[in-house]
Design a protein around this ligand. Structure first.
Ligand SMILES: [Zn+2]
Length: 497
């Protein structure tokens, strides 16, 4: 049995991990009222109403878009949409929950029995089964006065109900994950696919994706540790560190002959440790929500939603490799975001060579997008303009360096035509003239007689010296010359003198 725990010793420990993910579904309004779901940077408690504050007499009305987004997310995770589901009241008392209960589908979910295929630590394929995706409402957010923002040590606390009633999907995996690495693989793929279908923006910095992990370890001598629920991870890195920490902690307890307690622990990202939750687990009572009827999803609606699904990233990447000859790495980068994939495909559709277009998108385009902190849709250089630029490289009118200069100019002003951008960039179409190139090569020869001598005496068997000369000439032309023409000019002159 492999020891993935780092605890060492004669005993081996196998981690058994299930992951629960909350994602905020993309909607304009909250799940049971018409309060706006977009509250970023707004005053606390400025997006609230009697429904999401749970005032007496208020009635929840289910937002249809939430159901649709839940179906889309479920389909992205290979789940089956369930024809009939119910909402429950999960009762517990905490200040972030104004009603005293949370409305949730719990284990009668909108979608169930899915999976994602990931790679394990050794790079082998592995299937992580998904038990269910259920809809529920988010709770408010507590702010504590303690310097580290935690409840412990805080003199006072405030609560902001802007988040109360936002639509969430909770995605519960089976305990198929065996390492922190697999956990990150799983959540990375899940995030990409959910974003592909547009069900959520899954912006981690805005708290739109949050993780809990159920971690236990099995010892090679047959002993099992009990299941520990680790909460409060808000980034991939935190999830990875929390799981690693918890596996080591539990393995050490078992290695020392101790017993792992079943408990809820909180991840402290600053300290890099988990601590037992001081808050006693509430008695959670479930009753069917009497104010909401059963949710019946007709097959026709399911099919309408299914028809809107885009080609998913894995299938896209495989197609790029198969049909366009891209490398697997390039295909993976280009399909990571659906907007980038669409940009690339539009570029190819506009006539660009797929390999060159792929290279340009994954380097120049993504760099420009990252530098500017914008979406690829907002880039000033549109796919058809990039396709035309690439065509000019292919037919020899522009060198690669010249084209990059043109691209830089175009980034600054979308109103420029390609010809205007070429003029403004100073790039010379048609490269460097043959006479000018020959003169440059002659000058380079004259300045490097020892190198020419070495080549002529046959010592440059690997062509390194020719490459060296080519580099010198390219630099003189500021990259405007075409590399193959430079080599041809060097070889011609070598033969003629
Ligand atoms: Zn409201």
């Amino acid at each position: 049995m492999p020891d993935k725990t780092g605890a060492g010793g004669a005993l081996a420990f196998t981690p058994v991990i299930g992951i629960e993910i909350h994602i905020q579904l993309k909607t304009k309004s909250k799940v049971f009222c018409s309060c706006s779901a977009d509250y970023t940077n707004d005053e606390p408690n400025s997006h609230i109403c009697p429904v999401c504050m749970g005032l007496p007499g208020s009635m929840p009305v289910l937002n249809k878009t939430v159901v649709q987004q839940g179906m889309l997310a479920g389909m992205a995770l290979n789940c089956t949409v369930q024809p009939t589901t119910y909402f429950f009241r999960k009762s517990y008392y905490y200040p972030d929950l104004p009603k005293g209960y949370q409305i949730t589908q719990s284990d009668l979910p909108i979608a169930a029995n899915g999976w994602l295929d990931i790679k394990d630590d050794a790079g082998n394929p592995k299937r992580i089964r998904i038990n269910r995706l259920h809809l529920e409402e988010d709770v408010g957010k507590l702010h504590h006065s303690a310097a580290d923002g935690r409840l412990e040590g805080a003199e006072s606390s405030w609560v902001d109900y802007n988040r109360s009633g936002l639509p969430l999907a909770e995605i519960v995996s089976e305990p198929d994950v065996s390492s922190a690495y697999e956990a990150v693989e799983y959540v990375t793929m899940l995030r990409r696919r959910v974003r592909y279908v547009g069900a959520s923006d899954v912006d981690l910095e805005k708290g739109m994706m949050r993780f809990d992990a159920n971690v236990s370890v099995k010892c090679s001598d047959g002993r099992w540790g009990r299941r520990v629920e680790v909460k409060n991870m808000n980034s991939f890195r935190a999830l990875e560190r929390a799981i690693e920490y918890e596996i080591k902690r539990q393995s050490k307890i078992l290695a020392d002959g101790g017993e792992v307690l079943q408990e809820t622990r909180h991840w402290n990202d600053v300290k890099g440790t988990t601590t037992a939750s001081r808050v006693k687990e509430f008695y959670r009572k479930f009753i069917v929500e009497p104010d909401l009827p059963p949710l019946v999803v007709l097959p026709q609606w399911v099919e309408e939603v299914r028809a809107t699904l885009p080609e998913m990233p894995n299938e896209k990447a495989l197609r790029y490799v198969r049909e366009m000859g891209l490398s697997e790495i390039d295909a993976a980068v280009l399909t990571d975001s659906i907007d980038v994939a669409r940009y690339f495909e539009a570029c190819v559709a506009a006539g660009a060579n797929p390999l060159r277009a792929g290279n340009w998108v994954r380097t120049e385009v993504l760099r420009a997008v990252n530098d500017r902190q914008i979406g690829v849709k907002d880039l000033a250089v549109k796919p058809d303009a990039l396709a035309e630029l690439i065509r000019r490289i292919d037919d020899g009118r522009l060198s690669t360096t010249g084209a990059k200069n043109v691209f830089e100019v175009m980034l600054e002003g979308s109103s420029l035509s390609l010809d205007e951008a070429v003029r403004k960039s100073g790039a010379v179409e048609g490269g460097v003239g043959a006479d000018a190139l020959e003169n440059l090569v002659r000058a380079t020869f004259a300045a490097n007689p020892d190198v020419i001598e070495e080549i002529r005496s046959g010592k440059d068997t690997k062509g390194k010296k020719i490459k060296f000369l080519q580099g010198l000439v390219m630099r003189e032309t500021k990259g405007q010359a075409r590399p193959d023409e430079v080599v041809a000019a060097i070889e011609t002159l070598l033969k003629s003198e």
